[in-house]
Design a protein around this ligand. Structure first.
Ligand code: SAH
Length: 397
């Protein structure tokens, strides 16, 4: 049998020697052995040096994703056991159970398993399979996740657009463990939430914002809070737990707001201190500005406006727009928690956009804290793309 192999163009081994796990189509001189989607191929430099093993992805411009930079490693079930155990150990070191019973177990490339995301909820794992390679090993991976974590059910949420770039169909639903309750209850930083792992956004909950929700609690006392893009109320309930005077929460998703209201009730918070508003944040913030409404604390946690750098320019305008309105709606001494989860917008650019927004709003503001994704969404130093969530706490002078 001929070895399935990718031969790189001359000089294109550089990023791989730096342990970046992506091989772009433009770096490839030839593919031999007729690998099928997701099959393991050996990666070789133009000079014939063996660089490691990767999953072949014929439909994506990321033509191969490296499983291992060790030419002697064997990619088999044992390999995935080692990777999943290493990821579990990292989470163990983070002592997450002290603050939550829902966290990310596998963060794709950053945990050495390109294209695989696994979030763990009580008794339930939610998997997203985002690359041809992870798809090829799907059965093995799902079995191992169940064995290693001891979860009863596994839900698949392979329903994101990037699967199409990999030529993979959308797939979702409970794939192990039969029926699961409609909603799962989690506890994070002492606050309870209902999570819809089957029908909710992402895998049901924005676990990456856990530490930032906690931080907000510490700023909320006696403040009038605006939570824009509130989803199921994460920052809203955190503000309530911190003693906020009032919270106005906006989201365009009626389903998210219904669950948010249930969450408020679940925690026994005073619903007269909170208002849910279904609407478009861009529009609603303008209306609030026109009514001269002011807040003491504003959270802006929009969806991913720029998944890749190709959409960065358009996204920059959207970020600028909401941040400008945010600054205008703050009282003197007011605090802005502002975020971007767009891979296509770097930290430096994000800060520049927020600075431009403050300038145009005619306010002076200072960054008092820099925020990022929680540690169960680690950033691999060899894969800077894994740092996607950027946040700033700014105080208006
Ligand atoms: N902060 C939340 C997560 C926010 S996710 C948490 O901690 O859980 C982004 C949210 O923005 C989603 O709920 C989505 O429904 C909402 N959204 C997207 N575009 C919107 C728009 N233009 N106006 C209002 N909400 C929007």
């Amino acid at each position: 049998m001929t070895q399935k192999r990718i031969l790189l163009k001359s000089g294109k081994e550089r990023s791989i020697l730096q342990r970046h796990p992506w091989v772009f189509s433009g770096a490839i001189a030839s593919v031999s052995g007729d690998p099928q989607p997701g099959e393991t191929v050996e990666i070789c430099s133009a000079g014939g040096e063996r660089l490691g093993w990767a999953a072949y992805s014929p439909h994506s411009s990321i033509r191969a994703r490296i499983w291992s930079f060790d030419p002697d490693e064997v990619i088999d079930a044992e390999f995935f056991i080692r990777k999943i155990q290493a990821a579990a150990y990292l989470r163990h070191l983070l002592a997450l159970t002290a603050e939550t019973n829902a966290y990310r177990l596998i963060h794709g490339e950053a945990d050495g398993i390109p294209g695989l995301v696994v979030d763990l909820y009580p008794e339930t794992a939610v998997v997203q399979i985002l690359s041809a390679g992870a798809e090829y090993w799907r059965e093995v991976i799902v079995d191992l996740i169940q064995q290693i974590t001891g979860c009863k059910a596994v839900v698949e949420r392979s329903d994101v657009e990037i699967r199409q770039l990999e030529g993979l169909p959308i797939r979702e639903g409970v794939i192990r463990g039969g029926e699961i309750p409609g909603l799962l209850k989690i506890e994070e930083n002492g606050i309870h939430y209902w999570v819809d792992v089957v029908g909710g956004q992402k895998t049901g909950f924005y676990l990456d914002q856990r530490q930032n929700r906690k931080r907000l609690t510490q700023f909320a006392r006696d403040r009038e809070v605006l939570n824009a893009f509130c989803y199921t109320g994460g920052f809203t309930l955190s503000a309530m737990a911190g003693g906020a005077k009032s919270v106005l929460s906006i989201d365009s998703s009626a389903a998210a707001l219904r669950l948010a209201a249930k969450n408020l009730e679940l925690n026994g918070f005073d619903s007269t201190r909170n208002e849910w508003l279904e609407g478009n944040v861009f529009h609603e913030l303008r209306l609030l500005r026109d009514r001269n409404k002011k807040f003491d604390l504003i959270v802006l946690d929009p969806p991913k406006f720029a998944p890749t750098s190709a959409q960065a320019q358009k996204a920059a305008r959207a970020y600028k727009d909401i941040n400008l309105l945010g600054f205008k709606l703050l009282r003197k001494g007011g605090i802005l928690f502002t975020f971007s989860c767009s891979g296509g917008i770097g930290r430096e650019l994000f800060q520049k956009i927020v600075a431009d927004a403050a300038l145009d709003a005619g306010v002076e503001a200072r960054i008092v804290e820099v925020l990022s994704q929680s540690g169960d969404h680690p950033v691999a130093l060899n894969f800077p793309e894994s740092a996607y969530l950027k946040g700033l706490i700014c105080i208006v002078g």
